[in-house]
Ligand binder design. Sequence first.
Ligand code: NAD
Length: 396
Amino acid sequence: MIIAPKIRGFICTTAHPVGCAKHVAQQIAVVKKGGPSANGPKKVLVIGSSTGYGLSSRIAAAFGSGAATIGVFFERPGEADRTATAGWYNTAAFETEAKAAGLYARSFNGDAYSDAIKAEVIAAIKADLGQVDCVIYSLASPRRTHPTTGEVFKSVLKPVGNSFTNKSLNTGTGAVIEVSIDPVQGDDIAQTVAVMGGEDWEMWIDALQSAGVLAEGVTTLAYSYIGPEVTWPIYKNGTIGLAKEDLERVQKVLDEKLAPLKGKAWVSVNKALVTQASSAIPVVPLYISLLYKVMKAEGTHEDTIEQMDRLFRERLCNGNPQPDEAGRIRVDDWEMKPAVQELVGKRWAEVTTENFPELGDFEGYQSSFLRLFGFGLEGVDYSAEADPDVKIPSIG
Ligand code: NAD
């Protein structure tokens, strides 16, 4: 079939297999350019490995330090007349490239919050790798079914206390609009913490540790975001920020649990970037558009792959993680540089629909968004027939 983007609000309901493969190949090329990373992890489990930061983590580990990788994700396969989700195509391409490079890669498509997937992954580690030396936790999900109670939790993106009104971007038209978001109600906070907080990260590490599949000196990482004050009511001080605080609580718990293995848990605070998860957050796409413009002009713009490559090479593998006062790794350091934030803040105050093309990088936002789904990649013939039914080698 001929595959074109079909955008519905903040998601694209189609994905291009050849474009996604190209996107993965480009990410691999970024990592290879940095050369091999001798001290990097060798056996890595990535939970949430098919898109965004998790996919880039998997690529950085595999092609940076030659790691064997197991990936877990929740994606839809393609059919004869319907495309798969982008993460499915990304994983198919990743596995093909990994195998061509002689690297072990195995993937599991299912609910990472369930006990069943945890058991399957543990069995695979035992059978194929013995143990893992790094566990990346990079899930972003709107809901979670609790594995013991069966309760379904739904995460919301809401401010706490007062309603929040600020500028936002209509990502379809480029109009700068005003949004008002009502504050939390009922158990919104508890629901969001149950989905995006640290309980499931701890459940994974508990299950892996009690099965004896964590190697001595194991590292585990989960990802967070802080950002500038203009986004705090909806992010850092909102429901999602409280869930991230819970991740930090669990990081400390895991440090204690992993002490007998001389292991370490980290929260890494990453840069704001266009991903499927971040495009759903109000206000953030406008901030990202202004940020991209400033960081591109400064020559410091990074995408998820540059972020994860830097995280692995310069923080995790060289014994110099440079934690902040709260013990977090900060690869959002370039985003948060005072000069960058000052300029973004100034433009935030000034931006309107009329001057947005000048002040913001709307083109960059839109092209990054489309690339997530395999569209707009150079060298891909989008007018050619493409088979949507692509197999992931380890899944079939
Ligand atoms: P993403 O949407 O690109 O990736 C989410 C991943 O989770 C995918 O692999 C998806 O398949 C998987 N997933 C979702 N539900 C699942 C389930 N039930 N079972 C198994 N897999 C499931 O998101 P992202 O932006 O890369 O986010 C990853 C992490 O990085 C999140 O913790 C997010 O808060 C954090 N982060 C994101 C940004 C940003 O700007 N995008 C910045 C800093 C931190």
